[in-house]
Write a protein that binds this ligand. Structure first.
Ligand code: GLU
Length: 539
């Protein structure tokens, strides 16, 4: 056992450059001047280069709850795992969230830039801060340097497994916790690598109660692991950075992913040893997927729809995605929506205690339905603007078509968009491409002609097209249009549906399209005549 004086000497040896005290650090992070009920929340992703739709979900929850309480939301980047980091990872997160309207009051706004008085908001720029706290802990005998090598750790693990014991660095296995100062000095002189570990005083036999904001009351076992606080590269672990950052930044509630729930006992011990006020936790379950009757996590590896890029690249309307995410976050959202059809999403009050504890089920079919409903509420001009915005990033050919034919495209998007029964066939802006392709000769020419000769034989098709060409008049109103189709069917002794089908395929190459009369009106006389003639020839 080292004496108090020896621990102070050890702290100075380990951190000779650290001259600030914990009080010096606290003086740079004054208490926030906010109302009592205001929540200060942070979303703290790691820049791994992959944005999971669950990130948007958690980010949305965090910004929403903060805003509702007149509080503050913070985007903090946790980049302490250098191996998992990718270039431009921060911008990917910032832009990915911004694309869905998830914007924070403080924190990173760009790859390098953070706004707010409680930064830096990127952990790799906070290393000096963590060292101050680590130094203090070592000097008080609450943390110590550990020189166990990877091989030694592996041997410990094997031994523990052989004896059916819990694995990890705890109790007698934590070989360096009570090492003498001279033993430690010897290793330091040899420049051996070390980590700083917590000197745990917890007892796994003891339990304690905590109230999770999402899960409710739970009983947990104390921590007894000498967890790593500072890695050998000088970076903190998540466990160490979390209490320090959240305390300094004035966070009021830690809302985070369920995967951290098992670390709560360790975090409780760290808050205590750091002499910090314990913050309340709310552990949000991950998004789940139902597969063959079983629920599993929505997986980055197995499910393409887990990636934020899936929605961005296809041009999903952000309003639809957000509406869906609120829907699965709080089960009462649906009832609220039914009663408040016209109200903005911002007016819905999210409640932590209503989160689904078992994991919200993510169902892309439902999300698609909500997006369809949403796009159906837009005007043709709005659809045009949104589709163009999407196409400029993801489909430059379509963007060109849209820019060069603005009025025509708006007319196309207006088909079945007015009146009480709006067509709901567009889930995402990418779907516009399919509709547009009917109207432009270049894409139309390339499209495959659906074969309807089983239903209407070719001779009859030919007659229909020939006769119809004689009577077609673009100026006809809807009744006249139907009247002509009916008369022609009588004359040729076939069904009006057959006539319409032949015209539909002749004009669009498809058997299923929006309203044919409206299509014809938008196409105009010349295109209709050209296509009828070309179809007749092809028969
Ligand atoms: N960086 C951690 C993660 O991405 C954050 C956890 C937290 O929110 O505290 O899982």
């Amino acid at each position: 056992m080292r004496t108090n004086e020896e621990n102070v000497e050890l702290a100075n040896l380990l951190f000779p450059d650290v001259t600030d005290t914990v009080d010096d650090i606290f003086s740079k992070y004054p208490k926030r001047n906010i109302p009592d009920e205001a929540m200060v929340l942070r979303f703290a992703p790691s820049p791994t280069g992959f944005m999971h739709i669950g990130n948007v979900y958690t980010g949305l929850i965090c910004t929403r709850l903060a805003k509702q309480s007149n509080g503050i939301s913070i985007l903090r980047i946790e980049d302490t795992d250098k191996e998992r980091e990718v270039e431009k990872g921060v911008s990917m997160i910032v832009n990915g969230l911004r694309g869905f309207g998830v914007v924070f009051d403080e924190g990173m706004v760009d790859e390098e830039v953070g706004v707010g008085a409680y930064g830096p908001y990127i952990q790799s720029q906070r290393l000096e801060i963590y060292k101050v706290f680590a130094k203090q802990m070592v000097s008080k005998g609450l943390a110590y340097p550990c020189f166990l090598t990877l091989d030694e750790l592996e041997n410990i693990r094997e031994e523990q497994e052989k004896s059916s014991l819990r694995t990890g660095c705890y109790g007698k296995w934590a070989k360096w916790r009570d090492a003498s100062l001279s033993e430690i000095k010897e290793r330091l002189e040899k420049k051996e690598k070390f980590v700083i570990r917590l000197y745990s005083t917890g007892n796994i036999e003891n339990s304690f109660a905590m109230k999770d904001l999402v899960k409710g009351g739970v009983t947990l076992r104390e921590n007894d692991m000498d967890a790593v606080l500072i890695k050998s590269d000088g970076f903190p672990t998540y466990h160490f950075a979390h209490p320090i950052d959240d305390t300094l930044m004035g966070i009021t509630h830690v809302i985070r992913g369920d995967e951290w729930f098992s670390s709560v006992p360790l975090h409780y011990e760290l808050f205590e040893k750091l002499d910090f006020k314990q913050l309340p936790y709310g552990h949000v379950s991950p998004l789940m997927k139902s597969e063959e009757g079983k629920k599993r996590k929505l997986s980055k590896r197995k499910d393409p729809e887990a990636a934020v890029s899936y929605y961005v690249e296809r041009g999903y309307p952000k309003e639809g995605v957000l509406e869906y995410l609120l829907n699965i976050a709080n089960s009462n959202f649906y009832d609220w929506r039914v009663q408040n059809k016209e109200r903005s999403l911002d007016e819905f009050r999210l409640r932590i205690e209503k989160f689904n504890n078992a994991g919200a089920l993510f169902d892309i079919t439902k999300l698609n339905d909500i997006c369809k409903e949403y796009i159906a509420t837009l005007s043709a001009e709005e659809v045009y603007e949104r589709v163009l915005e999407w196409a400029l990033s993801f489909d430059t050919d379509t963007a060109k078509v849209l820019e060069e034919n603005k009025d025509y495209c708006i007319k196309i998007f207006n088909i079945e968009r007015e009146g009480s029964k709006v067509r709901k066939d567009m889930v995402k802006y990418q779907d516009a491409k399919d509709l547009l392709s009917i109207f432009f000769n270049s894409t139309f020419a390339e499209s495959e002609v659906e074969d309807i000769s089983d239903r209407v034989d070719k001779n009859l098709q030919e007659k229909i097209v020939e006769e119809y060409t004689k009577i077609f008049d673009i100026a006809d109103n809807l009744d006249m249009w139907f009247g002509k189709i009916k008369n022609l069917a009588e004359k040729l002794e076939c069904k009006p549906g057959d006539v319409a089908m032949v015209l539909r395929v002749a004009l669009t190459h498809r058997t299923k399209t929006p309203d044919l009369y409206q299509i014809v009106q938008v196409m105009g006389n010349n295109i209709v005549e050209e296509r009828l003639e070309a179809y007749a020839k092809s028969l």
